[in-house]
Design a protein around this ligand. Structure first.
Ligand code: AMP
Length: 399
């Protein structure tokens, strides 16, 4: 589905409300990682070069609807100004008289960053009165907040409803293009590598993609529900008993569609994630009672690596183990390395998902992957084949 794009908009002399995702990690008031600020720069420059003035809004962290100086966007305004080499004005709130006064003084090429949207509970409530206040200083709405585009919050759906639609920014366009092409015409063999804690999150992804896949590799905590359904003992590993039926359905459907399912061959176990000192590797069908599977083992990494090596398109979402705690990070690092290696040989590799992206970054492999998505939740929804309300809102009722 096509959404109105920034390139379609008349921008000269217009006041643009730019919803960005500037939800950067902060420590002691300092920005730890400015990737998300850098990701929005092309859209900002595009808008400024065409004579618009900008009011930029974002959320930061989870302030729970109350003002919290520790989650202020003020440091982001400073960093944005440094990166752009120009002054970025900062408003102490996202609505109200002070904002209106500063906004009224903006000229073509000026930038105003508003304070954290989530200091107001109305942001998460789809509150149209709040939307009216947010929109009151703008003529045009642009959404380039891919990391949060799967949400229906006021700044994402309410403002475009008031401004009769809106436009996608360059970052959102890039993400939609990658996922769109991959879903509609993947170069085959097409493989999906899934991990993470919960089967329930990933079932709709498998349901949407299964008929188009050649290989489905399953690691992480979600693998144990499948292994249990196949009759294996899984000890105290993560298990979603109410999803055993769904796992069976997927195994049967895979058979029907001729998709090869690959489950772990070996597992790294310990009494719990808090006892990495007791970690050892066992065959997948030999997990003792009282032990939890916390990572895929080296044979599985090698096997998944072979499948990845045979593929022309690979999508990865979800870590292979409790990658936050070594040595349970080996499997996740191993598949990240395998993906980086095949990318150099021409395979299209897409990593979509918060934790798998973090693992790729920690391994310093982000430049060796074809596309690393900036939105975990959003990319999951796209992989599920869902239409996102924030994107539909940009159409403003147009078909
Ligand atoms: P998700 O948000 O579903 O992708 O899950 C990510 C989380 O899954 C990470 O915090 C991992 O620590 C966790 N995880 C992955 N594998 C396992 C496992 N075998 N046991 C427990 N947690 C796991």
């Amino acid at each position: 589905m096509k959404y109105p794009a920034l390139q379609d908009a008349e921008l000269s002399g217009r006041r643009v409300f730019l919803r960005a995702d500037l939800n950067v990690p902060l420590k002691d008031g300092r920005i730890v990682d400015d990737t998300r600020i850098k990701a929005i720069l092309p859209t900002i420059r595009y808008l400024l070069d065409r004579g618009a003035s900008l009011i930029i809004a974002s959320h930061l962290g989870r302030p729970g609807g109350v003002s919290n100086p520790e989650l202020s966007l003020a440091p982001v305004a400073d960093r944005l100004g440094e990166l752009l080499g120009k002054k970025v004005l900062f408003a102490p709130d996202c609505i109200g008289a002070r904002v209106n006064t500063i906004a009224a003084s903006l000229n073509s090429g000026d930038i105003l960053l508003l304070e954290n949207l989530r200091f107001h509970p109305e942001e998460k409530q789809g509150d149209m009165d709040f939307a009216r206040k947010l929109a009151s200083n703008s003529d045009i709405y642009v959404n380039d907040a891919f990391g949060t585009i799967h949400r229906s919050h006021t700044s994402l759906t309410g403002i475009p409803a008031l401004l009769k639609g809106g436009y996608t920014g360059l970052l959102v366009q890039k993400e939609l293009k990658v996922f769109g092409e991959m879903l509609s015409s993947p170069v085959r063999p097409f493989s999906l590598l899934l991990g993470g804690a919960k089967v329930s999150d990933k079932i709709p992804v498998i349901d949407n993609l299964l008929s188009r896949l050649d290989h489905l590799m399953i690691g992480g905590g979600m693998a144990f529900t499948f292994m249990k359904e196949m009759g294996m003992s899984v000890g105290t590993s993560l298990l979603e008993l109410d999803r055993l039926g769904a796992a069976r359905q997927i195994l049967n459907d895979a058979d029907k569609y001729g998709v090869d399912i690959h489950l772990p061959l070996d597992i790294v176990i310990a009494p719990s994630a808090g006892r990495p000192d007791l970690a050892r590797t066992v065959p997948a069908n030999s997990i003792p009672d009282g032990m939890a599977g916390l990572d895929i083992g080296p044979d599985t990494v090698e096997e998944f690596g072979k499948i990845i090596g045979k593929s022309c398109t690979v999508v990865w979402n979800g870590p292979m183990g409790v990658f936050e705690i070594p040595p349970f990070d080996s499997g996740t690092r191993g598949v990240a390395k395998a993906l980086a290696e095949v990318t150099g040989n021409g395979t299209v590799t897409v990593v979509g998902g918060g934790d798998s992206v973090r693992a790729v970054m920690e391994a310093g492999l982000e430049d060796s992957i074809t596309f690393v998505s900036t939105g975990g939740g959003a990319s999951l929804k796209l992989l599920q084949g869902m239409e996102l309300p924030a994107l539909v809102a940009l159409k403003g009722g147009r078909q």
